[in-house]
Design a protein around this ligand. Structure first.
Ligand code: DC
Length: 677
């Protein structure tokens, strides 16, 4: 997951390949609650691991359910006949936890407090509370009437429920209110319980998911149209024992769109596809109907029982006019596909966007305009006309703590103008798809030279490694410690019995070319050996210095170093990064510090590792090494001509990082001030 402040997407050219999607949020949280309300234990496979499911699991634990978790499998031991007495539950921004738990706990009785993040306290729940109050549940608003936070069952007495008359609930703000009643009322169905929907029911496919899953847990609801639902007398949750969660069809929409937008490489129609595993066209999730919209816009979609394969069939895409009531979440993806269409795309009947994670109509309109699109918005529609050629603008996309805004706007990076797109607060995707950007980068390809590289060089002990790895962490970029490659080469050569001299240059180069090296977190592996410590000694540094003057070895390591230039970008640290390996890097920094400062830092470092050292000796060593390094003929230590010099003798690490990030930001096309550095 990217926890950076922003994530810059360089222009992307095309995409192809196969991915497995994480589990559906809607199914995961429904299944977890139904398992909790059953007797006995339920093993849930392919569970989504995200913010919203973690919130549900935490709440269930607090209520006294057994929760055992192993990756994407969870075993829930249900409450059975136990009634939790009370709890204070934090619901974050998870509507799929807030609404159903409110209903279930209100009918069970006990005293509960449910709250969430500030946005949750702006998301309506009044229609559900009204329905539950009709039944006789006691619910108090702790803040604004109609919105969380809520207190249920003040006083703790079990409610005397009136189940004789049909329970009326409005269906035109959120279908989750009806879902919540459908999930709660089997707990008290000593007689037939009837729910009547007032007003037009929106997002019907989500009700289908609820009914389908209730059936798997032994509750068969009778449905008369979309107006009247009857939970038969004697209904009771029965665990199916084991249940598999389908992959998330809303998450699939980004990759279906990717297939529609990015598989046509230089007119080679049909050669490339995006294959999506975990969900097929026969999914129980309503958002799977996004496929039809994507096909109408120009995608070709093939499907099997548990997979989809998507490619592009027409370019530009076809603009559409579509009632999106049945696919409210996935429709946001259409709004971004509209940037690639041949005219104005109108998405209508989407009033529910206004009460989601953010006001999604306003958010989409604002951010699409930043890219140069013409957007018209109304109470329940949005109309998007793509930017004309030449009118595309690089944009820093504000994401409003809304995972779907972040994910769908990543598709704008395929724009024909080749402008970059910045996604602010990329970690908000954790709500449903923590590794979304990793999945995108595994499939997408940038045009040659488009992946940015930031080079850092400087004399030994200048702190360039610390600076470079911190920069990589702040930008979400990969990190190349090229010195480590020379250190590993020397180690591998010595282990193979080769002397590190010119006489063995050819043999050491052969070894370097096929170095079985892997960087995993802060560990370095050579084959099956963890060599992280072995390459960090002073002696290993000396040995690296010896192999690094052998030209054939330097050449042998070029391809390996180039292979680190992967999406979304690279920070490369070392001698010839800016001069030889990545001469086109948009920013090169040459870090210096006076020798006595560096000797002091090295001294501290060694002492902290328990290695005895004398400052004067270190200083003499450093000065000798500087001289040797800068006077050697092969790859001497010298700043690239276009490098910016940074003397950090008197700077903290943080101020050096800030300075370089400022330089980096100044080279980006995003308007100043849109994102703090
Ligand atoms: O940065 P370091 O101390 O890990 O580097 C080890 C040695 O390798 C040092 O003598 C410089 C040399 N080196 C090089 O010649 N070219 C690079 N790109 C990186 C390091």
């Amino acid at each position: 997951m990217y926890s950076t402040e922003f994530l810059d997407l360089p222009p992307l050219a095309h995409a192809a390949g196969c991915l497995r999607l994480p589990g559906s949020k809607s199914i995961s949280n429904r299944v977890l609650l139904m398992a909790a309300l059953s007797q006995g234990s339920t093993t849930v496979h392919d569970l989504l691991d995200s913010d919203d499911t973690r919130i549900m699991l935490d709440a269930l634990r607090q209520l006294g359910c057994g929760v055992a978790r192993d990756g994407t499998t969870a075993t829930i031991t249900g409450l059975g006949a136990t009634r939790p007495a009370g709890a204070r539950l934090f619901m974050g921004n998870a509507g799929t936890a807030m609404r159903p738990l409110t209903a279930a706990l209100a009918v069970l009785g006990g005293e509960f407090e449910l709250s969430g993040v500030p946005r949750m306290h702006e998301r309506p729940i009044g229609d559900l509370v009204d329905a539950l109050r009709q039944l006789g549940c006691r619910i108090d608003y702790l803040g604004e009437p109609g919105y969380p936070p809520l207190r249920l069952g003040a006083g703790g007495a079990a409610p005397a429920l009136t189940l004789t008359a049909p329970i009326q609930v409005r269906g035109d703000v959120s279908s989750q209110f009806l879902t919540s009643l459908l999930m709660a009322l089997p707990l008290v169905a000593q007689r037939d319980v009837v729910i009547e929907v007032i007003g037009e029911l929106i997002s019907k496919p989500y009700i289908d998911i609820t009914l389908n899953l209730l059936a798997r847990f032994g509750v068969t609801v009778r449905r008369d149209g979309w107006q009247r639902f009857t939970i038969p007398a004697g209904s009771r949750y029965q665990s199916p024992g084991v249940i598999h969660v389908e992959a998330d069809a809303s998450s699939a929409s980004y990759f279906i769109a990717l297939g529609a937008v990015a598989t046509m490489a230089q007119g080679q129609k049909g050669l490339k596809t995006i294959k999506i595993e975990g969900v097929g066209a026969n999914s129980i999730q309503g958002d799977i109907r996004f496929i039809d919209a994507a096909v109408a816009m120009g995608a070709t979609v093939n499907s099997g029982p548990n997979w989809l394969e998507v490619s592009n069939a027409r370019w530009p895409l076809q603009a559409i006019d579509l009632d999106c009531n049945h696919i409210p979440d996935a429709a946001m993806t259409l709004a971004v596909m509209a940037l690639y269409a041949n005219g104005t795309t109108r998405l209508t009947n989407i009033a529910s966007w206004r009460v989601k994670e953010t006001d999604r109509i306003a958010a989409m309109a604002t951010e699409l305009r930043k890219l140069g699109a013409t957007v018209e918005e109304g109470a329940d529609f949005i109309a998007i006309t793509p930017p004309k050629p030449g009118q595309w603008k690089a944009a820093s996309i504000h994401t409003y703590d809304d995972h779907r805004v972040a994910m769908c706007f990543s598709l704008a990076a395929f724009n024909p103008a080749g402008v970059s797109v910045r996604i602010e607060d990329p970690k908000c995707v954790a709500k449903t798809f923590p590794d979304y950007f990793e999945a995108l980068f595994a499939l997408a390809e940038a045009p040659p030279g488009a992946i940015p590289v930031l080079c850092v060089d400087g004399p030994t002990a200048s702190g360039k490694g610390t600076l470079a790895s911190e920069l990589a962490a702040r930008l979400g970029y990969h990190y190349l410690d090229s010195g480590a490659l020379y250190r590993i080469t020397a180690l591998a050569a010595l282990r193979a019995g080769l002397a590190l001299d010119a006489a063995h240059e050819g043999a050491v180069a052969v070894l370097a070319r096929a170095l079985p090296v892997r960087f995993v977190g802060d560990k370095v592996w050579l084959g099956d050996d963890d060599v992280s410590d072995a390459i960090r000694t002073e002696e290993a540094g000396m040995n690296a210095s010896k192999v690094s003057v052998l030209p054939a070895v330097r050449t042998a390591l070029v391809d390996l170093q180039h292979s680190f230039r992967r999406l979304p970008g690279l920070v490369a640290d070392g001698r010839d990064m800016g001069t030889v390996i990545f001469p086109d890097a948009p920013l090169k920094v040459y870090l210096t510090a006076n020798a006595s400062q560096r000797a002091e830092r090295r001294h501290k470092q060694l002492i902290s590792k328990g290695i005895p050292a004398i400052i004067q000796d270190l200083l003499a060593d450093l000065e000798a090494r500087d001289l040797r390094d800068s006077s050697r003929t092969v790859a001497p230590l010298k700043p690239a001509e276009d490098a910016l010099l940074l003397d950090n003798s008197a700077l903290s690490i943080e101020s050096s990082v800030t300075q370089v990030l400022d330089w980096w930001q100044a080279r980006q096309p995003f308007s100043p001030g849109s994102t703090p550095a």
